[in-house]
Design a binder for this molecule. Structure first.
Ligand SMILES: Nc1nc2c(c(=O)[nH]1)N[C@H]1C(S)=C(S)[C@@H](COP(=O)(O)OP(=O)(O)OC[C@H]3O[C@@H](n4cnc5c(=O)[nH]c(N)nc54)[C@H](O)[C@@H]3O)O[C@H]1N2
Ligand SMILES: Nc1nc2c(c(=O)[nH]1)N[C@H]1C(S)=C(S)[C@@H](COP(=O)(O)OP(=O)(O)OC[C@H]3O[C@@H](n4cnc5c(=O)[nH]c(N)nc54)[C@H](O)[C@@H]3O)O[C@H]1N2
Ligand SMILES: [Mo]
Length: 737
C-alpha cells in the first residue's frame, strides 16, 4: 500500500495533515500525520470516515446537463468540453447583453482551496459580484483584527506565562477540535477558564466561570466589562498609553455602560458583570477564542467583535508572551492577494458591487482601505485577500436576481457552497436561483442546489488534488503546510473530476483569459506560490517539497507594538478605528437594541439560537454517508423543560418551528441548559434519502431552519450586512407536529 500526505478539507479549519493509504487508486484507510504542525484534534471523527465518503455513489462523477424542467431530476451526461464550452458561451452572451456584473458566484468556506482562482476569474471577467457566507463566517473577525491590530491574532500558550483561556461564544467541543484540545490542556495545566455563552455547553460546564449572557448582547457585556476595568484601574496603563490609540474616547464611551445598565441588556446581574471583569483582568495574559455567534447577532455583530477585541487589548493580553500574538503573512510565500489580479477589475466595476453602497465594511470600500494599510507594511505579500475580505451582499444579490434592480443578475455559478441550505430565507433564495438564465453548480456531491441547476459539474475533493490549508494562503498565520493528491481525479470509465483551480482556469481560458492562466495544473500553481519557501529549503519541485519538507513555519513573536508601526493607519492598536470612521461608521463599539413590534413579540414569543455546530456534520454536508449519519440521525431542537411541559412536548417528539417566513420540523431534545426564553436549533438539514425530484429536492423544506430565518437587509448588520442568526431578531413559536 502506498502512503500519501494529504490535507483534510472536511471542515472549515482546512488543512489538517493526514496520511492516506492507497491501493490501486482506491483509498483504503486514513490516519493522522501526527508529526505535522496542524493535525485534527483527537475527537474529530471525520478522518476515519473519509474512505466511506470518497467511494460513496452520491459523489458526482461526470458533467451533467439538465434535460427536463429545473428540478425534474432528468439529466444527460456530457463531456467536460461540452459543458465548459456551453457555459462559457452563455456567460459571454450574458455579459454582452447585461454587462459583466450580471454574473454572480456563490462561495462557502473555501473548501476547494482555490477561492483565489475564482476571484481571479471574476476579476478578469469583470464582475464584482462574488458573494458568499464569508459575510457571516470568520471574515468579520479577521477584518476586525486587521482594523484593530493590523494582523490576525493567534494564541501563544506558554507554561508559566499564560494564566487563562476564554471561549467567547465558541462551542469548541462540537465545532473546534483544536480549540477543544487547547481548552482541556489549559485545565490540565491549572489555567483559569471562562466561557461566555447563553447555553451551558460542555466547555461551559467544565469552566471555572460561565457567563450566561443573552444572545446578541456581547457588545454590551464587553463594554460593561471595559467600564468596570477602567473605573477600577485594572487596565494595562503602559499598553494603552504607548501602543494604542483612542483610549480616552473609549473611556468616555464606556462610561454609559454601568454594570446595572449592562445587566438589563444582557440578562446578567450587575455583580456578574463586575465579577467577570475582575476575574478576566486579574488573570492576564490569556488566550481567547471567539466563535461565530457574536458576529451572528445583527445588528450588533461587528461592533460586538470589536468590543471583545478592545477588551483583550486594554488588559494587556495582546502582543505579549503567553497572550495572543499579532501575526503577519509568511515572508516567503505568495498569499492569495498576490495571485488574485485585483488590479484587473476596473474601478467602475468595483463600484457596482451589490450592497457596497450600504454595507461598506466587507465590500470593496472596506477592503480598499484595508489593502492600502497592508500594502504599506508588506508590499505585494499582504493579507488583504479579496476572496476573504470583500464580497457582494448575498441578500442584495438574491433580490437583484428576482427584481432586476438595481440591475439584472442573470447567471450564478455555485462552487463550494450549498445556497439553498446555507443562506437565510430559503423561499426567497429558491425564487432567486430560479430567476436566473444560467445556474451551474460545481460540487463534490448531489445537493438540493445541484438538483435545480442547469449544469451539475463534478469536483475533485481534497484526496484528489494538491492543496494548502487556510494559514498562509489568506495571509493569516505564517504557516505553509501542503497536501498532495492521494488518488487521481480522473479514472477512465469511473469518474472525471476537475479540481477547483482547473475548473476556473478551464472556464477562464474559454472566455479569452488564456494569457492570465500560465500554470496548467494546480501543482504548477503551488510551485509558483511556494518558490520562496522551496528555495529556502533547497527543494526544486513540489514533489520534492512533499517528500522532504511538507511544511514551513515562521512562528509569530511578541513585541510588534514596541517595534512598530503596526499595519493600521495610525501604526498603533486602533481602539478608535480610523477606518470605520472613514467608512462613515461609529469608530467605537455601541450597543443597539433592535425594535421588535409588540404583535410580533406576542405571536412569536421564543428566541431561536439558529444553527449550532454538531459533530460530525459540517453544515449541510455528510447526511448521505451512513457512518456519519448514524452518529446524529435527525435534526434536533433543544427546548427548555418548562416550555415543553406547557406545550405538551415530550423528548423525541417532532416539533414545528415557525416564523412569518415559514415552518420546519425538528425533533425535541428537552433540557434545562439555557434560559426558557430560547430554543436552540440545528441548521442546514436535508434528507438525501427523500425524493430528488422537486418540490422535495431531497427534503429541502422539511427541517432546514433557514426556511424560517430572515435576510431582510433592514435587519442586517449595518457594517457588514451580516444577517441575523442569533439574538433579538430571532423570534419564533413552536408546537408539536
Ligand atoms: N441558520 C444558520 N445558518 C447558517 C449558520 C448558522 O449558524 N445558522 N452558519 C453559517 C455559516 S458560519 C456558514 S460557514 C455557512 C456554511 O455554508 P456552506 O459553505 O454553503 O455550507 P456547506 O454545507 O459546508 O456547503 C459546502 C458545499 O461545498 C461542497 N464542497 C466541499 N468541498 C468542496 C471542494 O473541494 N470543491 C467544491 N467545488 N465543492 C466542495 C460540499 O459538498 C457542500 O455542498 O452556513 C451558514 N448558515
Ligand atoms: N462539527 C462542526 N464543526 C464546525 C462546523 C460545522 O458545521 N460542524 N462549522 C465550522 C464553521 S464554518 C464555523 S463558523 C465554526 C463556528 O464555531 P462556533 O463559533 O463554536 O459555532 P456555534 O456552535 O454555532 O456557536 C458557538 C456557541 O455560541 C453560543 N451563542 C449563541 N448565541 C450567542 C451570542 O449571542 N453570544 C455568545 N457569546 N454566544 C452565543 C452558542 O450557544 C454556541 O454554544 O465552526 C466550524 N466547525
Ligand atoms: Mo462558518
Amino acid at each position: 500500500m502506498e502512503v500519501k500526505y494529504a490535507s483534510c478539507f472536511f471542515c472549515t479549519s482546512k488543512g489538517c495533515a493526514l496520511k492516506v493509504y492507497v491501493e490501486a487508486d482506491k483509498v483504503q484507510r486514513v490516519t493522522v500525520d501526527t508529526g505535522a504542525p496542524v493535525v485534527p484534534g483527537a475527537f474529530c471523527v471525520r478522518p476515519s470516515l473519509a474512505k466511506d465518503y470518497q467511494h460513496h455513489p452520491f459523489r458526482l462523477s461526470f458533467p451533467l446537463k439538465r434535460r427536463g424542467p429545473r428540478g425534474s431530476n432528468n439529466w444527460e451526461r456530457i463531456s467536460w468540453d461540452q459543458a465548459l464550452d456551453e457555459i462559457a458561451e452563455k456567460l459571454a452572451d450574458i455579459r454582452e447583453r447585461y454587462g459583466a456584473e450580471a454574473l454572480a458566484t456563490s462561495s462557502g468556506t473555501g473548501r476547494g482551496a482555490a477561492e483565489f482562482a475564482k476571484t481571479r476569474f471574476m476579476n478578469l471577467f469583470g464582475s464584482p459580484n462574488r458573494f458568499g457566507v464569508i459575510t457571516i463566517c470568520y471574515a468579520p473577525r479577521a477584518m476586525v483584527w486587521f482594523l484593530t491590530f493590523g494582523g490576525h491574532l493567534v494564541s501563544d500558550r506558554k507554561p508559566g506565562k499564560t494564566r487563562m483561556m476564554i471561549l467567547w461564544g465558541r462551542n469548541a467541543h462540537e465545532g473546534g477540535p483544536a480549540s477543544w484540545k487547547s481548552f482541556l490542556d489549559a485545565k490540565k495545566s491549572g489555567l483559569r477558564t471562562m466561557v461566555v455563552d447563553p447555553r451551558c455547553t460542555e466547555p461551559a460546564r467544565q469552566a471555572d466561570r460561565w457567563v450566561q449572557l443573552r444572545a446578541g448582547s456581547d457588545v454590551a457585556l464587553a463594554l460593561g466589562m471595559i467600564h468596570v476595568i477602567i473605573e477600577e484601574g485594572l487596565y494595562h496603563k503602559e499598553f494603552v498609553e504607548k501602543y494604542a490609540s483612542g483610549f480616552a474616547a473609549l473611556r468616555e464611551r464606556a462610561r454609559a455602560y454601568t454594570p446595572e445598565r449592562v445587566a438589563r441588556i444582557t440578562w446578567l446581574s450587575a455583580d456578574t458583570v463586575r465579577e467577570a471583569a475582575r476575574f478576566y483582568a486579574a488573570n492576564q495574559p490569556s488566550n481567547m477564542v471567539i466563535g461565530v455567534s457574536a458576529e451572528h447577532g445583527a445588528p450588533n455583530g461587528i461592533q460586538a467583535v470589536r468590543a471583545v477585541n478592545i477588551l483583550r487589548a486594554i488588559v494587556g493580553s495582546i502582543d505579549v508572551e503567553g497572550g495572543d500574538l499579532i501575526t503577519g503573512p509568511h515572508p516567503d510565500f505568495l498569499p492569495d492577494a498576490a495571485v488574485e489580479l485585483n488590479h484587473m477589475l476596473p474601478p467602475e466595476q468595483r463600484r457596482k458591487q451589490l450592497g457596497s453602497d450600504r454595507f461598506r465594511f466587507m465590500t470593496y470600500p472596506g477592503w480598499e482601505l484595508l489593502e492600502e494599510q497592508m500594502r504599506k507594511k508588506w508590499g505585494e505579500r499582504h493579507s488583504a485577500a479579496v476572496n476573504l475580505h470583500s464580497a457582494a451582499h448575498a441578500p442584495t444579490v438574491f433580490r437583484a436576481m428576482i427584481t432586476g434592480k438595481p440591475y439584472p443578475v442573470k447567471a450564478l455559478v455555485v462552487s463550494c457552497s450549498n445556497p439553498l441550505l446555507s443562506y437565510s430565507n430559503t423561499h426567497l433564495v429558491y425564487k432567486a436561483l430560479q430567476s436566473t438564465d444560467l445556474l451551474a453548480t460545481f460540487d463534490l456531491t448531489w445537493t438540493p442546489t445541484a438538483l435545480i441547476s442547469d449544469y451539475v459539474l463534478p469536483a475533485a475533493c481534497w484526496m484528489e488534488r494538491p492543496d494548502m490549508g487556510n494559514f498562509a494562503s489568506v495571509g493569516g498565520y505564517p504557516l505553509v503546510q501542503m497536501g498532495e493528491a492521494a488518488v487521481p481525479a480522473r479514472v477512465a470509465g469511473e469518474y472525471e473530476r476537475l479540481n477547483d483551480y482547473e475548473f476556473w482556469r478551464e472556464l477562464g481560458t474559454r472566455l479569452g483569459q488564456a494569457d492570465h492562466w500560465p500554470w496548467r495544473t494546480f501543482e504548477e500553481l503551488w510551485e509558483h506560490r511556494l518558490q520562496g519557501v522551496m528555495e529556502k529549503s533547497g527543494c526544486k519541485s513540489f514533489s520534492e517539497f512533499m517528500r522532504e519538507k511538507r511544511w514551513d513555519v515562521e512562528p509569530p513573536r511578541p513585541g510588534l507594538c514596541k517595534e512598530g508601526p503596526l499595519a493600521t493607519p495610525s501604526g498603533k492598536v486602533e481602539i478608535y478605528s480610523s477606518i470605520l470612521e472613514k467608512l462613515g461608521y461609529d469608530p467605537l463599539p455601541e450597543y443597539q437594541e433592535p425594535n421588535i413590534p409588540d404583535d410580533i413579540k406576542r405571536k412569536y414569543p421564543l428566541l431561536n439560537i439558529s444553527g449550532v455546530r454538531v459533530m460530525p456534520y459540517h453544515h449541510s454536508e455528510f447526511r448521505h454517508v451512513p457512518s456519519f449519519r448514524k452518529r446524529q440521525p435527525d435534526p434536533m431542537v433543544e427546548i427548555h423543560m418548562d416550555v415543553a411541559r406547557r406545550k405538551g412536548i415530550n423528548d423525541g417528539d417532532w416539533v414545528y418551528i415557525e416564523t412569518p417566513l415559514g415552518r420546519v420540523k425538528q425533533r425535541a431534545r428537552l433540557t434545562t441548559s439555557f434560559d426558557p426564553r430560547y430554543i436552540v436549533t440545528q441548521h442546514s438539514w436535508w434528507f438525501p434519502e427523500m425524493p430528488a425530484e422537486g418540490p422535495s429536492l431531497h427534503g429541502l423544506w422539511e427541517s432546514n431552519i433557514n426556511v424560517t430565518t430572515d435576510d431582510d437587509p433592514d435587519k442586517c448588520d449595518p457594517l457588514s450586512g451580516g444577517w441575523p442568526l442569533k439574538g433579538a431578531y430571532m423570534r419564533c413559536r413552536i408546537y408539536k407536529a
